[in-house]
Design a protein around this ligand. Structure first.
Ligand SMILES: [Zn+2]
Length: 402
């Protein structure tokens, strides 16, 4: 077993003797391919230490070695060898608990999806059915893939509502009403026997975009998720920003119209009430006198419908005004835009960019880039799995040291 604790969620301290292995594995987790010399320079370990640790890790099946590209033309001596994590050294499960579906993926240790299935369902009022579906999906993933349970590092799950800082409770009131009082970590540990960590969907998004997507290598990034809920996840100076109760990033409830519509949070005129896909669809339905669903928006935008384009532009402007506060306070280098509304592309991005420029100082706006999500619908679930994979160096180093 590669798990290192008596309880499924116990944190196990890393001993000094394991630190060399942790540092080398972390360097390889953050940089897919490195030479021994590069590992020494990134970890600060002596070259002899790196050689010895790498020797152990290769023998333990955690690291693989291959000739560097172009090495065949090297004139003399041993061609340079490149090291990378052995993808099948370990695996992680990701679970996406959204309003209308539950999705499970199995990834290898470098984050490549090996198994993926979605079960559509109304999640918000039915935790029992959702958790049972999650359990079934995970059982099926393990059975279909043939990956032994002992190679699974754990299960990361993202939820479409705020997650408490202790990582056990949801703030589901008004968002996923049936989940109030449910402790999803305990439920999922009980059903799967795996270590479980949970995260809010926007925070999962920023984690995934930084690890695999549009924000690779960026230490100051805000990910904005524009779906029926609007939320943001932020990484500042390379660290996830959670705040006192892990409630940071509730962008959707910044008030943009003080006399606007009543919001599900109890305030009035929140960004979500004017700029979420359901809010835009409701506006169009009122104007046209016929039903319009949030799911119809993508098609309306594709056909350049004038009313839909205008409504999305206004939403982009409101989102930009709210983001201007975020930009002034956090000074990100990159804003990554994901969620259902991101399909609007320029109709959304142009007014958003304009509003940010107009409402921030030049020095903030001139170095800022706004880009669409590279991972799309995969951001949440890949971020959930990444929550487990980010601890893989410690877990694997500890297991090898036993
Ligand atoms: Zn609100």
């Amino acid at each position: 077993m590669i798990r290192g604790g008596a309880s499924a969620t116990t944190e196990v301290p890393i001993g000094l003797t394991d630190l060399g292995r942790v540092r080398v594995l972390r360097a390889l987790a953050e940089n897919a391919r490195l030479s021994r010399v590069e590992i020494a320079s990134r970890t600060g370990l002596a070259r002899a230490t790196v050689a010895s640790v790498v020797y152990d890790l290769i023998n333990g099946g955690l690291v693989r070695e291959s000739a560097a590209a172009g090495a065949a033309s090297a004139r003399a001596g041993r061609p340079p060898q490149i090291l990378s994590l052995e993808p099948e050294a370990a695996f992680a499960l990701g679970l996406d608990v959204a309003h209308d579906h539950v999705r499970a993926i199995l990834t290898d240790v470098v984050g490549k999806i090996r198994w993926d299935r979605t079960e559509p369902m109304a999640v918000d009022d039915d935790p029992e059915r959702t958790l049972a579906a999650a359990e079934d999906l995970i059982d099926t993933a393990l059975r279909d893939s043939g990956v032994p349970r002992g190679k699974i590092l754990g299960l990361g799950a993202d939820f479409a509502c705020p997650v408490d800082k202790d990582g056990h409770r949801l703030h589901a009131e008004g968002i996923m009403p049936g989940w109030v009082g449910i402790r999803p970590v305990d439920e999922l540990v009980g059903r799967t026997g795996l270590p479980v960590r949970i995260i809010n969907d926007a925070n999962a998004g920023v984690l995934a975009e930084r690890r695999y997507g549009a924000a690779r290598g960026c230490d100051d990034v805000v990910y904005v998720r524009l779906s029926s809920g609007i939320g943001a996840g932020a990484i500042c100076d390379g660290r996830m920003l959670l705040g006192h109760g892990a409630m940071a990033g509730e962008l959707g409830h910044i008030i943009v119209e003080p006399r606007g519509k009543l919001c599900r949070c109890g305030n009035r005129g929140c960004l979500e009430t004017v700029a979420s896909p359901p809010a835009i669809a409701e506006l169009l339905a009122r104007s046209w006198g016929r039903p319009v669903g949030a799911a119809d928006l993508a098609e309306l935008l594709r056909s350049d419908d004038r009313g839909a384009m205008r409504a999305v532009e206004d939403a982009g402007e409101a989102i930009g005004r709210a983001l201007a506060f975020v930009v002034m306070v956090l000074n990100p280098r990159l804003i990554v835009v994901g969620g259902d509304l991101a399909v609007a592309h320029e109709a959304l991005f142009e007014p958003m960019h304009r509003a940010i420029s107009r409402n921030t100082m030049t020095c903030h706006a001139e170095s800022l880039r706004i880009v669409p999500s590279a991972l799309g619908d995969n951001a949440g679930v890949r971020g959930a799995a990444a929550l487990i994979l980010e601890r893989a160096p410690e877990t694997l180093a500890l297991a090898q040291g036993v």
